[in-house]
Design a protein around this ligand. Structure first.
Ligand SMILES: *[C@@H]1O[C@H](CO)[C@@H](O)[C@H](O)[C@H]1NC(C)=O
Ligand SMILES: *[C@@H]1O[C@H](CO)[C@@H](O)[C@H](O)[C@H]1NC(C)=O
Ligand SMILES: *[C@@H]1O[C@H](CO)[C@@H](O)[C@H](O)[C@H]1NC(C)=O
Ligand SMILES: *[C@@H]1O[C@H](CO)[C@@H](O)[C@H](O)[C@H]1NC(C)=O
Ligand SMILES: *[C@@H]1O[C@H](CO)[C@@H](O)[C@H](O)[C@H]1NC(C)=O
Ligand SMILES: *[C@@H]1O[C@H](CO)[C@@H](O)[C@H](O)[C@H]1NC(C)=O
Ligand SMILES: *[C@@H]1O[C@H](CO)[C@@H](O)[C@H](O)[C@H]1NC(C)=O
Ligand SMILES: *[C@@H]1O[C@H](CO)[C@@H](O)[C@H](O)[C@H]1NC(C)=O
Ligand SMILES: *[C@@H]1O[C@H](CO)[C@@H](O)[C@H](O)[C@H]1NC(C)=O
Length: 724
């Protein structure tokens, strides 16, 4: 892979999200790495412009006028069907894998569908800034495509809800709230896909795409590798209620609000059926109910996983491809479709009409991307549009906005560079470089480590103390010595991909090895204020630091991306006032002893002693709750007007429905009405005044929750966003 340029940022709740834009094929899993050994196919060779280029056809010795699929006066659908009709069965199946081989006799070049445009750990709200971030990502992606270094179809973002704090892929996703994850998804997709000036397209099947985005992994994909239980054989047992409210919701928003052009089905089964072979999930839900304009792709080698790991229905390879085609799976990342679809048709299993339908979806997407007709508006993008100064600034701003201030005793922060000449910066992540990029990152424009960022403000003495694993205490002494001598001390600790990653769920919620000892010993002897900065995706039980009066302030930086060191130093020294909020609950360590990762259920289960998951259903004590985050200034809230109720008059077709209530709870005479029977003309409006009453500028995320009446069995404690 040649140089790939990157744009990195970090995200978090409602102010902004982090994301890394990896324009590079990264190995997806050990399985992919070994099986998909083919190189980085640039789309079609270095001087490729677009398919239906007359001079290209004549250089190939072909007459373009023979091919109606190149006639731009026809609709994409008609053209795509024409292209498919020109192909033999053998040629068709050659186009069904992530590496599509093309058809030389038709002038159809090969295409590699697999590109990644990575995502961040956290979260979003209003989305404008987020959309700008991903608009920049797609600009860089188009530029990379023009340089022959990237494709047009990006298999990002990851939008699975973080249901368990141990999940290794928390690093890829925006948190535990389905509504926020869904808002992030639709904004991400719009930033990547939308072409300026095409907002009013009425035929969404021909709406132009800047690059194609893909929401993954559909659905209830939530265990990577926990105590030997792997995603390849995991069967997620999920109630219909949890499925609709939590596991499908972000995907529904991705399709309906984001108009995404692709969905990826996952490795796991849901209630016994592999997701990629489930017609109810794919054809019926994504295509039928949500009306996807685009294609459905399998996570890499999912069909093989279905045969070898799930051993689903004792399928032969031909059975498996027939089932997935029928379910509505259009493209296989892998070689099962390419290798076994022809024999499956010959055995009377797969149907050619299903293949034709899938190929048509695929070519319509490529046509919307300008792959056939060119994209004049993006033609001039090139090297200068990648890693530009503005893009690097945007990455820095996203990282700043992603930082969450968890503790600030005695208003110790921000530090003033006037009072601080020497600064000790210690800990495993004090000189973090690659660790700040997380996973699926390509080559960054540059990396600013924390010690580099702090050097702008003070004279830094750096001691690592120990590495992330922190297996011994041999280097702790030099770190304490540095802290003893400095005017202030910053400890940068946390975890990395050796602890939380794809195919690697966490065992516990603690800092690894002797990191706790390192932090406590440094805090004990430091001459001046001690600031703790945590890098991680999932929450860490740092109760010891929260309670330690020598540790005056705590910041969570997530994995802040290539400009992370600058962003952290800007926050510590007050150039930027943090406004981030936690996108997930930081649980106490014993939480994970109370329920297995394999239980998908969100609601508490008294019989099994399960405490419930996410802020919506867990009411126990936490290290820091969902939505927590401080500022250097103070905001005052006043609810200035609100309606306490909206009267609904029932007509004769509307009936009251029963709800289960806890014993001893007052039950109203009309407990519920089906929302689909209401016209929804009645709005509950309210107004909140928020005033900055502190002495610094700052930004505040205003979170609004809905809280159901007391005592309804199975209702969430509260929830963000609009109900379904
Ligand atoms: C690509 O470049 C080669 C060699 O320079 C040339 O022969 C060929 O015609 C070019 N193809 C197109 C489609 O421009
Ligand atoms: C789309 O429609 C809106 C509302 O009619 C209009 O304000 C806007 O200018 C239109 N955009 C384009 C690109 O035509
Ligand atoms: C997909 O669902 C539609 C109805 O929404 C149905 O007409 C069609 O036959 C289904 N396709 C397959 C392959 O089952
Ligand atoms: C797919 O086919 C190729 C070529 O026949 C063969 O080398 C490869 O082993 C096959 N892969 C699988 C997983 O069956
Ligand atoms: C920080 O890490 C980088 C990259 O690993 C390394 O080149 C550099 O020497 C380190 N800096 C210090 C002061 O150790
Ligand atoms: C570093 O120390 C020197 C000597 O005390 C001082 O002049 C200089 O301002 C310090 N630099 C920073 C960035 O604080
Ligand atoms: C302590 O750990 C470091 C890595 O952090 C390692 O290089 C060193 O060899 C270890 N020392 C002992 C005595 O095990
Ligand atoms: C919290 O959970 C406990 C145990 O399930 C329950 O007894 C208590 O009523 C719950 N409190 C709230 C506020 O939901
Ligand atoms: C909130 O209301 C109180 C009491 O009415 C008033 O004193 C205060 O100024 C108001 N604050 C804001 C931010 O409007």
């Amino acid at each position: 892979m040649a140089e790939a340029l990157r744009f990195l940022f970090f995200t978090y709740l409602i102010s902004i999200a982090t994301a890394r834009n990896a324009l590079k094929k990264s190995s997806y899993s050990t399985l992919d790495a070994t099986i998909l050994g083919h190189g980085d196919a640039t789309p079609t060779g270095s001087n490729f412009s677009f398919v239906c280029n007359p001079s290209r056809y004549s250089s190939l010795g072909l007459d373009m006028s023979n091919f109606a699929f190149c006639d731009s006066s026809l609709s994409y659908h008609v053209r795509a069907k024409d292209l498919v009709n020109h192909m033999t069965l053998h040629e068709k199946v050659q186009q069904l894998g992530d590496r599509a081989y093309g058809v030389p006799r038709l002038g159809l070049p090969e295409y590699e569908w697999w590109s990644e445009a990575l995502h961040g750990v956290s979260n979003v709200g209003p989305g404008t800034f987020l959309m700008i971030l991903f608009l920049v990502v797609s600009t860089e992606a188009r530029a990379m495509y023009n340089l022959g270094r990237a494709g047009l179809t990006y298999w990002s973002p990851t939008i699975n809800v973080v249901r368990d704090p141990r999940w290794g892929r928390t690093i890829e996703t925006p948190g535990e709230d389905p509504f926020i994850v869904g808002s992030y998804a639709s904004n991400y997709v719009r930033g990547l896909q939308d072409v300026e000036g095409t907002e009013n397209y009425t035929d969404l099947n021909s709406r132009p795409l800047k690059v194609s985005s893909c929401c993954k992994h559909f659905a209830a994909y939530d265990v990577d590798n926990w105590q030997g239980i792997e995603r390849y054989s995991f069967d997620a047992r999920v109630t219909e209620q949890d499925m609709v409210e939590t596991f499908l919701r972000p995907f529904e928003m991705c399709v309906k609000d984001g108009d995404v052009s692709s969905i990826m089905c996952s490795y796991n089964r849901v209630n016994g059926v592999p997701t990629c072979a489930d017609p109810k999930l794919l054809n019926q839900t994504i295509r039928g109910d949500w009306n996807l304009h685009g294609y459905i792709v399998a996570d890499c080698d999912s069909i093989q996983v279905m045969v070898d790991d799930h051993k689903y229905l004792s399928d032969t390879k031909e059975d498996a491809v027939a089932q997935t085609l029928k379910a509505g799976l259009d493209l296989d990342c892998g070689i099962y479709y390419t290798n076994y679809t022809e024999s499956s048709v010959q055995q009377g299993k797969a149907r050619e009409e299903d293949i034709d339908r899938s190929l048509t979806y695929l070519y319509v997407v490529l046509m919307r991307l300008g792959f056939f007709d060119g994209s004049p508006q993006f033609q001039s993008l090139g090297k200068a549009d990648v890693c530009s100064k503005e893009h690097i600034e945007l990455a820095t701003q996203a990282a700043r906005e992603g930082i969450v201030l968890l503790k600030n005793d005695d208003e110790t922060l921000p530090l003033s560079s006037n009072n601080i000449n020497s600064l000790a910066v210690v800990g495993p992540h004090a000189n973090a470089t690659k660790a700040m990029l997380g996973n699926y990152a390509g080559v960054p424009c540059r990396i600013v480590a924390p010690i580099d960022g702090f050097s702008i403000y003070a004279n830094v003495s750096y001691e690592i103390g120990c590495d992330v694993a922190c297996k011994n205490q041999s280097l702790i002494f030099p770190a304490t010595k540095a802290a003893k001598e400095a005017d202030a001390t910053v400890i940068v600790a946390g975890i990395d991909l050796s602890v939380e990653a794809e195919s690697l769920d966490r065992e516990d919620l603690l800092l690894p090895g002797y990191q706790t000892e390192l932090i406590n010993q440094v805090a004990k002897v430091a001459k001046a204020p001690v600031i703790l900065v945590i890098m991680s995706a999932g929450g860490i039980d740092i109760s010891f630091a929260k309670d330690n009066t020598n540790i005056k302030a705590i910041l969570w930086a997530g994995y802040p991306g290539e400009e992370g060191g600058r962003a952290i130093a800007d926050v510590v020294f007050g150039k930027y006032n943090p406004g981030g909020k936690l996108p997930l609950t930081w649980h106490e360590a014993d939480y994970v002893d109370q329920l297995p990762m394999t239980s998908l259920q969100l609601r508490p289960d008294d019989k099994l002693g399960y405490p419930g998951r996410t802020y919506k259903f867990f009411n126990g004590s936490t290290v820091y709750p969902f939505g927590y985050g401080l500022s250097y200034t103070k905001f005052m809230y006043n609810l200035t007007s609100s309606l306490s109720s909206v009267p609904i008059k029932l007509n004769r077709f509307q009936h009251c429905h029963h709800l289960s209530y806890d014993k001893d709870t007052f039950m109203p005479s009309c407990p519920s009405v089906r929302t689909e029977h209401l016209s929804c003309d009645d709005h509950l409006t309210f107004e909140v005044e928020v005033q900055n009453v502190g002495s610094r500028d700052g930004s505040e995320v205003i979170m609004v929750y809905a809280k159901p009446p007391k005592g309804i069995v199975g209702a969430p404690i509260k929830q963000e966003g609009t109900p379904l």
